[in-house]
Design a protein around this ligand. Structure first.
Ligand code: NAD
Length: 261
């Protein structure tokens, strides 16, 4: 028996990285998954690999209300209901706060914060209609502490935590639990863009960061997207039945403190 047997979960940003691993694990645990992204080729290929019975790909730019409405309609047409959402899509840009262009701040806010809001607003009534379920929002280590050069991103992820808490309180009576993932450094194209460059060696990007991670992170390494997917699974299944409104830090101990030795 899978931990998500009978469930239908929509995952945003599911074409690669953490969203991809969440989609793979959720299908392995019995869910039918609606994979959404703006990377249509990758998302479509992944859905095909997972099989028509288990997976559906739909283009969904999380900033667009009409995309949300269409994705939910397509999901219900194929699978009959939606009772889970993983708000995973997000972008990161590095810039000193005082040098951040307004357009960049607004773009990050639109995707990371407004996208999560639209997801909750569109999908929560469907989850309620299905008899209850779960929402997992992807915040960040930078939702619970500061970090230089990621001001717009950290602001958007702090907002995702605020949304998580309010949604948990408002939606509890409708049978919907809402929690947040707060990953530290995870080895995905977001932190290792070289992984996307066909001319670059992805190991070079990893090795460049490895020394820094050894110093900063007690467990001495970046996390794997599969490790984040396992936390998303926990928060989406009955194992977390008495948990709602909480941030879950998954960071190899980074937030715990510094080691001066
Ligand atoms: P990633 O860049 O591999 O994946 C992000 C996905 O979001 C991509 O598939 C991308 O196409 C999609 N996306 C971007 N803009 C979109 C839009 N407008 N509409 C729909 N989809 C869009 O990175 P990842 O590490 O897998 O990131 C997943 C989530 O985890 C993000 O919310 C990110 O902020 C968060 N996060 C990542 C890390 C990390 O170290 N990698 C740490 C903390 C939090």
């Amino acid at each position: 028996m899978g931990k998500l047997d009978g469930r239908v979960v929509l995952v945003t940003g599911a074409a690669r990285g953490q969203g991809e691993q969440e989609a793979r694990l959720f299908v392995a645990e019995g869910a039918r998954v609606v994979l959404t992204d703006v990377l249509d080729d990758q998302g479509g290929a992944l859905a095909k690999e997972l099989g028509d019975d288990n997976a559906l790909y739909r283009r969904l730019d999380v900033r667009r209300e009409d995309d949300w409405t269409a994705a939910v309609a397509a999901a219900k047409e194929r699978f009959g209901k939606i009772d889970g959402l993983v708000n995973n899509a997000g972008i990161l840009r590095f810039n000193e706060l005082t040098a951040t262009p307004l357009e960049e701040f607004q773009l990050i806010t639109q995707i990371n914060q407004v996208g999560a809001f639209l997801g909750i607003r569109t999908v929560a009534p469907e989850i309620e209609a299905a008899g209850g379920g779960t929402i997992v929002n992807t915040a960040s280590y930078t939702a619970v502490t500061g970090m230089a050069y990621v001001g717009a991103y950290a602001a958007s992820k702090h907002a995702v935590l605020g949304l998580t808490r309010v949604a948990a309180v408002e939606l509890a009576s409708k049978g919907i639990r809402v929690n947040a993932l707060c990953p530290g450094a995870i080895d995905t194209p977001m932190t290792n863009p070289a992984a996307l460059d066909p001319d670059a060696d992805p190991r070079a990007g990893r090795e460049a960061m490895a020394g820094l991670y050894r110093k900063l992170i007690p467990l001495g390494r970046a996390g794997e997207p599969e490790e984040v997917a396992r936390l998303a699974l926990f928060l989406s299944c009955a194992d977390s039945s008495y948990i709602t409104g909480q941030p879950f830090v998954i960071d190899g101990g980074w937030l715990a403190g510094v080691n001066l030795s």
